[in-house]
Write a protein that binds this ligand. Structure first.
Ligand SMILES: [Zn+2]
Length: 266
């Protein structure tokens, strides 16, 4: 039985109300997907972009909470989770600053939840505005397609991972991916949270973390894991790290597409 976790939206907050304050930063400089857009493409989006905090534990969308926004994280981590039983949730994908997530699909038919696992900030846009811009600009259309594909690719790979890969390899995979995607060697995460995301017992995670610490891969403090050797952590992780590696990130795909386009034009 997976560890039960409470996923609650902080009192008085919602994706829309979190947008108070509006956009004040340099658009596209901190989300890797937005930063690949040309000034023409970005100008179509800029009037509708707002910046907001990603508060740890906030539910951005869910079955009983449809959202009409798309989120471009600039820091932090958003988990895409599915309920399994008695309030437990298992992760089927995660999004950091290399991608976007939210109302890419029919929001009235959402069977997933988007939960902020590690707090940060993000840039938001109403999905309809993004869809309209995509009809006018192929870069934005490509961005949406790459992000949709990334979400589906992760969900498919997680189905394999959850079915056949060992718990310790999955623990290392989750931690390695969090470090790589957020470009950090310290992750603020509890053992309860990892147990819930992986659908395994908290006691199992404790044993795995102890072994990883003994092996010199990590150093665990309450609520924080410091990765001491990322290369060895990857070696201890399951093969999903390769399938979901950097070259498959939406931002990397967009950079590659831009490079190909430049070569064709020269
Ligand atoms: Zn795996």
């Amino acid at each position: 039985m997976p560890y039960r976790t409470e996923i609650a939206t902080p009192a008085g907050t919602s994706p829309r109300t979190l947008l108070a304050g509006g956009w004040r930063g340099e658009v596209g400089t901190r989300n890797a997907c937005l930063s690949t857009l040309s000034s023409d493409a970005l100008s179509l989006l800029k009037p509708y972009l707002t910046e907001t905090a990603l508060r740890e534990g906030s539910v951005l969308w869910g079955m009983t909470k449809p959202s009409s926004d798309v989120y471009f994280p600039t820091s932090g981590l958003i988990s895409i989770v599915l309920p399994v039983s008695d309030g437990a949730f298992v992760e089927v994908g995660s999004i950091c600053s290399q991608a976007a997530v939210g109302s890419f699909f029919d929001p009235s038919d959402s069977y997933t939840q988007g939960v902020v696992r590690i707090g940060g900030r993000c840039i938001c846009i109403p999905a309809q505005k993004l869809f309209l811009a995509a009809k006018q600009n192929s870069e934005i259309e490509n961005l949406m397609n790459y992000c949709r594909h990334w979400i589906l690719k992760q969900a498919q790979q997680m189905a394999v991972c959850n079915a056949v890969h060992a718990a310790d390899a999955r623990f290392c995979r989750w931690l390695f991916q969090a470090c790589e995607r957020m470009d950090t060697d310290t992750v603020s995460v509890t053992q309860e949270m990892i147990a819930s995301l992986l659908g395994i017992r908290r006691t199992t995670v404790t044993l795995i973390a102890q072994q990883c610490q003994f092996d010199g891969l990590i150093q665990y403090r309450r609520g924080k894991i410091a990765v001491l050797d990322r290369a060895r952590l990857r070696a201890a992780a399951c093969e999903c790290c390769n399938v979901l590696a950097r070259q498959h990130w939406p931002s990397t795909q967009m950079l590659d597409a831009n490079a190909s386009k430049s070569c064709e034009q020269s």
